[in-house]
Design a protein around this ligand. Structure first.
Ligand code: COA
Length: 180
């Protein structure tokens, strides 16, 4: 996938249009979800998040009319939590996941968060690399957190989001992302 980054016609990070998730996006989101996770959220979980949860902020990334990525966030005062993020398997390795994560972090900061956390499977090194790039570090382990295979979750965390150092890091990463 990464080799196709420069191929004419292949989507570039800047081609991704990110917008709040609508109920009408949920069928496409659910498809990506099923292709991405061994334990999936049912469509009504997304529906409840989008319609009812005032603390939840969900986004989709489109290339043209097609939803190819999504991500979600909870923000509770200064605390924020990435609840999910996924890119359609055909579209991975093109820095679209990175665009979605950067957007979630921007939204968290905009909404007042000072730190951000998430859980990730111990075996999911791809996602861990992405989070590490954006300043997350592993702070603890939740043993047997994933009920489908009893896998441990790493809890990853990034703090001082409003501080100069983190803001500069985020600015540099986003600049590099859109220059490619
Ligand atoms: C994790 C996921 C969202 C990453 O999205 P993506 O668009 O494929 O990733 P990007 O192209 O934006 O890559 C960004 C960074 O992720 C990491 N990464 C991406 N693909 C990788 C791979 N194959 N191997 C190792 N690290 C990888 C790298 O750090 C990369 O930055 P770099 O190329 O500068 O090193 C995507 O793989 C996915 O949807 N996975 C299935 C769902 C999932 O696991 N979600 C996370 C749940 S916690």
């Amino acid at each position: 996938m990464k080799a196709e980054l420069g191929r004419p016609g292949a989507p570039q990070p800047g081609d991704l249009q990110i917008a709040p998730m609508l109920v009408s996006d949920i069928p496409e989101v659910t498809q990506i979800e099923q292709l991405s996770f061994s334990a999936v959220w049912p469509p009504n979980a997304f529906y409840n998040e989008v319609k009812d949860n005032k603390l939840a902020h969900y986004y989709v990334g489109r290339v043209g009319p097609r939803v190819v990525a999504y991500g979600g966030l909870w923000v509770i005062l200064e605390d924020s939590h990435v609840t999910t993020i996924a890119v359609h398997p055909e579209m991975r390795g093109r820095r679209l996941g990175e665009r979605i994560l950067a957007h979630l972090i921007d939204e968290a900061i905009e909404r007042g968060a000072s730190w951000i956390t998430l859980e990730v499977r111990e075996s999911n090194h791809t996602a861990q690399n992405l989070y590490t790039k954006y300043g997350f570090t592993a702070v603890s382990t939740r043993r047997g957190y994933y009920s489908d295979n009893n896998e441990n979750a790493l809890v990853m965390w990034a703090g001082n989001l409003k501080g100069e150092i983190y803001r500069n890091r985020l600015r540099a990463l986003k600049g590099a992302l859109l220059e490619r």
